[in-house]
Design a protein. Sequence first.
Length: 393
Amino acid sequence: MSTKAISSTDNSITNSEIKKKPFECDVCGKIFIRKPYLTLHYRTHTGEKNYVCEVCGKAFYQKSTLTHHCRRAHTNEKPFACDMCPKEFWDQSELKMHYRIHTNKKPHDCNVCGKAFSKKSYLNDHYNTHTNDKPYACDICLKTFFSRKNLTKHYSIHNNNKPHTCDTCGKAFSQTSYLRVHLRTHKNERPFACNMCDKAYTCKAYLTEHYRTHTNEKPFQCDLCEKSFSRKSNLNVHYRTHTGEKPYQCSVCLKSFSQPSQLICHNRLHTNEKPYHCDLCDKSFSRKGYLNSHSRTHTKEKPFACDVCGHTFSQKGHLNDHYVSHMDEKPFQCDLCGRSFLRKRQLNEHKRIHADEKPFPCDLCSKSFYRKYSMQKHRRTHASEQLQESESN
């Protein structure tokens, strides 16, 4: 069954037409103000998809949806350009919504608090915050939400759903905002620049995190060992050192990891994938760290220095191997008991025993420790106790 195209003049709907709404679906009872809209709607019940993509074979209910698909998936054509900025869009409705950013047009006002919205649907969901009505319920955990948008975001927690796919590389994302940021990597767009150095980023959140390298700010603190981090994600990963949690499992050998990045690197052992290529020779590596170490063979850079003899090395592993050569030397001697140490840091820690100085207290009990590492190890016993209590409850 084919339908004739709906002309742009059909978009002008009179008040009398809205009041009549004469076209009702006899399957679900939904009402439409015009017959062509009802005809299109019927196809959602019959499954009839007359418009087929000649490239990939995917079928659609409407011709306009097929056109939209072809532009996004195959041609990357964006024929609707904004005349106020360089942005381009796949369809006219996206352009129309975008214009409201420039004009700050928000035609839909809340008659309770006066807040304005660019879309009617946003206003309708906003009204729920006044009535405390949460009509959108998750059918997995029964949690409810004010808006469908928040429910959609929530679903990704349960099913790892990532419906928004990059047409260039195929990477998928749970939210359109994440996809938009990702697309900037293909266009080499970095609109958020640091005013303290020459670095720039694809989104404001990355710039905020970068600023902390200049300020040395670490606002995310572990409440078990007091270690601080510049990023919340790093703190979340760190917590697993206390709990022993390793939620990321290899599907091939069943080995588990505490971080997704560790699992990704591990999987390359099975696939023999080496995505990091040296641009000075033809060597490739499975990890970026391996590439960085290899690059120093070209640059002759040796950033790792021995604090005993001053000898420098291109890799930290080579420095650790070198320390063995000093094992018999132990040049740092305690002037109270004569005991010698390989490194000055070890001597300083040892001197605390003589002074009975224990600068690392546990804030969960009365114990104190000479070394920070000992305190952190002790704190794990509390973390284990807390975990057992929560499981028993």
